[in-house]
Design a protein around this ligand. Structure first.
Ligand SMILES: [Zn+2]
Length: 387
């Protein structure tokens, strides 16, 4: 199979060319006009061809949430996000009773590294319950608790590599032991929904903290104690190279000027774009939906709690995140794509497998036009969507 007449988004440059796919892999990254007689070819009409996007933080779509823990819900969510260019994603749980989180993990387990037709499910991001009661956002405060009961979180980690990420507040009692255990398991330890100051974050970093969950949203910042300033999780994440910063890039969760501050501080390798999409993604504006006991509504650009107290995840797709990073965040397209593909792949330590257009990697690809409309998506070389 050959995809010709494309503008290939390679890790460092955009170049006209063509791709040869063989047995689900990228076999050759070629020049502009290959002679491919006798082979199946598709002319991409000068459109962009990027590595499939990898979303590390996604709760749901089209009225379905990960916590439903059914194959039907997983299928609806992954079908929707595939159309937004996402070829791999980590389904994300909410702050909930332990039994509900365990039930969800159990339901996802047989789907690990599989596609039900849509995006491949590459793991689970456990967001909460071990977060700060001071920074709950749209998580249900009723179920928030400290990680001071190792026998509880050890049950979660028994799912091994399925648990790709956990969002926790590093200042809570028991968090350092948990971060160490996450590191041993190869799980991303992500600080989020946190009120930590820099003194609490230094030992967390040493223990293995390596990511910031939806940077700027539900996160501590500079405070003053007497004459002195203390950094919060925001400044700590911006300053430390070890921390990869998630960004919900819809222009609403974080205004463009703060997005630019993040891009400038972290550079193109230090940010990963995430959707944090909830049930409201793909639903008509104004639709109300429930998030494990919290009521939210989809708006024109995002999702909000109905009481107006805060945002409630987003309605993003990854292609829209990339578009916003370019148009509002001032990023080069090649770098915005990197933040949506290679950076998350590296963080998962799966960059040899996917995350960029290079020969030998899985042929996970997204074709889009100049207006960021997705025209086609391939997963393991198989065409899954064509507009
Ligand atoms: Zn959150």
């Amino acid at each position: 199979m050959q995809l010709t007449n494309a503008r290939l988004i390679l890790p460092d440059v955009i170049r006209e060319g063509s791709l040869t796919l063989r047995e689900g892999r990228i076999a050759n990254v070629g020049r502009a006009h290959p002679k491919a007689r006798g082979k199946e070819r598709l002319d991409l009409k000068g459109g962009f061809l990027a590595p499939g996007f990898i979303d590390l933080h996604i709760h749901g779509a089209v009225g379905h949430d990960t916590m439903e823990a059914t194959p039907e819900a997983f299928k609806a969510i992954t079908d929707f996000h595939l159309r937004g260019g996402t070829t791999s994603l980590t389904l994300t749980t909410l702050t909930a009773p332990h039994a509900d989180i365990m039930r969800t993990l159990e339901a996802i387990k047989p789907m690990h590294n599989r596609s039900l037709g849509g995006s491949r499910i590459i793991g689970v991001h456990v967001e909460g319950p071990y977060i700060s009661p001071l920074r709950v956002g749209a998580q249900n405060p009723k179920y928030v608790r400290p990680p001071n009961n190792p026998s509880e979180w050890r049950q979660i980690l028994r799912y091994g590599k399925l648990v790709t990420q956990m969002t926790i507040a590093p200042e809570e009692e028991g968090a350092l032991a948990l971060i160490k255990a996450l590191k041993r398991n190869g799980t991303i330890a992500s600080g989020g929904h946190t009120d930590a100051n820099h003194e609490q974050l230094i030992p967390a970093l040493k223990a293995g903290l390596n990511q910031a969950t939806h940077t700027f949203n539900q996160m501590s910042t500079i405070t003053k104690r007497g004459p002195y300033r203390w950094a919060g999780m925001i400044e700590f994440s911006l300053a430390q190279d070890e921390i990869l910063c998630e960004l919900i890039c819809d222009g609403k969760h974080v205004p463009p000027i703060i997005m630019k501050m993040l891009f400038n501080a972290k550079g193109r390798d230090g940010v990963c774009l995430v959707s944090d999409a909830t049930k409201g993604a793909g639903l008509p504006v104004g639709t109300e939906f429930e998030l494990f006991g919290m009521t939210a509504r989809s708006t024109q650009h995002t999702a909000e709690l109905v009481d107006g107290s805060g945002l409630a995840g987003s309605t993003l797709t990854m292609i829209r995140s990339v578009k916003t990073a370019v148009e509002m965040g001032g990023q080069l397209l090649v770098d915005a794509v990197r933040m949506a593909s290679l950076n998350p792949a590296r963080q998962l330590r799966r960059e040899k497998e996917f995350g960029s257009i290079e020969s030998g990697k899985r042929a996970d690809l997204v074709w889009f036009d100049e207006k960021f409309r997705v025209r086609g998506v391939w997963l393991d070389g198989e065409q899954r969507f064509l507009a």
